[in-house]
Design a protein around this ligand. Structure first.
Ligand SMILES: [Ca+2]
Ligand SMILES: [Ca+2]
Ligand SMILES: [Ca+2]
Ligand SMILES: [Ca+2]
Length: 333
């Protein structure tokens, strides 16, 4: 882990954003862009990380109690003392110390944390002990795993007690890139800046609605009176029996619903007797059908079939000539 670079792209932070991109505008401002992968409310936090030295309180009595004999600050937990070397002035042995600070990781994930101790120490994160070796005479490393959220601030506390001989206290972590001393930039706290945290709400575009049982899909809203593909019609309701089906996927049998668009609703008309939705070039037009027995529109006749020489031509365009004469003769008598 390291300091925030001037530009970076990160995927899947906290499982909310598909892409997070940060650019240093070099004018004191930063731009952040991201793609939300869900419809609804989202909280966006913009935080600033501020380095904060760790406070060390030393007790020459060898016990953490009362007023510390020495208080100072340090940018790192990286102490080693040779046999006989003073920890506090005049005190190389039987010195206890309490270190407190803030720890901020810049990536989410699990880190293996190693504390080299001589003698033993207790380490707490957010008040919960992860290592409990305070008061134990030891020289060695203890490792534990911790799952961090990026840019969250964690309280760090270490109680350490050196008995005799050499002494050490070194805090390092491995967050996937090898074990390194925890950097001073990570001894930091984060504060919201600007209008952070910001609540935003993302919905479907106008004339669309969320697809049920999904979190990130919109579809044209059926019943709003606007026809947007894949809607076939939208007669401004979600009823059946009035021309456009309740789900807007089709016109109902023998109904025509022309005129619908993204700005106008469909107007449905039921085809009257002898008219059908049967025009390939205009599927919303009611047209006559030759041979159904109903003479309508431009049909000259319709004798219920598509056969010639029986009085009405097979295409219903003509009353056949011989039959005209016969008809005339019958009328004369
Ligand atoms: Ca619609
Ligand atoms: Ca309808
Ligand atoms: Ca007909
Ligand atoms: Ca005929």
């Amino acid at each position: 882990m390291s300091c925030v670079p001037s530009s970076f792209t990160q995927s899947g932070v906290n499982g909310l954003e598909k892409v997070l991109k940060l650019i240093d505008n070099t004018d004191g401002t930063y731009s952040v862009s991201f793609a939300l992968n869900h419809i609804g409310d989202t909280t966006i936090s913009v935080v600033q990380s501020k380095h904060q030295d760790i406070t060390g309180e030393y007790y020459n009595s060898g016990t953490i109690s009362g007023t510390p004999d020495v208080t100072n600050t340090t940018a790192l937990i990286n102490f080693t003392y040779a046999h006989g070397q003073d920890i506090t002035p005049g005190h190389p042995d039987w010195v206890a110390a309490r270190f407190t600070g803030k720890l901020t990781p810049f990536q989410s994930g699990t880190c293996n944390i190693t504390l080299l101790q001589d003698d033993g120490a207790t380490l707490k994160i957010n008040g919960v002990a992860q290592i409990s070796n305070y008061g134990i005479g030891m020289f060695g490393s203890t490792i534990f795993s911790y799952n961090f959220n990026a840019f969250e601030t964690y309280d760090l506390g270490i109680d350490w007690m050196e008995k005799t001989a050499g002494a050490a206290l070194v805090l390092s972590w491995d967050c996937g890139a090898g074990s390194v001393l925890i950097s001073s930039v990570n001894y930091a706290s984060t504060d919201d800046i600007g209008g952070s945290p910001l609540q935003i709400s993302v919905g479907c575009p106008d004339k669309y609605e969320q697809v049920p049982s999904t979190t990130d899909q919109c579809r044209p809203k059926c019943g709003d009176g606007f026809v947007i593909s894949p809607e076939v019609c939208d007669d401004h309701n979600t009823n059946n029996g009035d021309g456009c089906k309740s789900d807007c996927t089709a016109m109902e049998s023998n109904w025509a619903c022309p005129g619908g668009s993204s700005t106008t609703k469909s107007v449905c008309t039921e085809c009257t007797q002898g008219l059908y939705l049967n025009n390939p070039s205009n599927p919303t037009e009611c047209v006559a059908e030759c041979g159904d027995g109903y003479r309508v529109g431009s049909e000259a006749c319709d004798d219920g079939n598509n056969i010639d020489s029986d009085g009405c031509s097979s295409d219903c365009n003509e009353i056949e000539l011989a039959w005209k004469f016969l008809l005339s003769a019958l009328l004369l008598f």
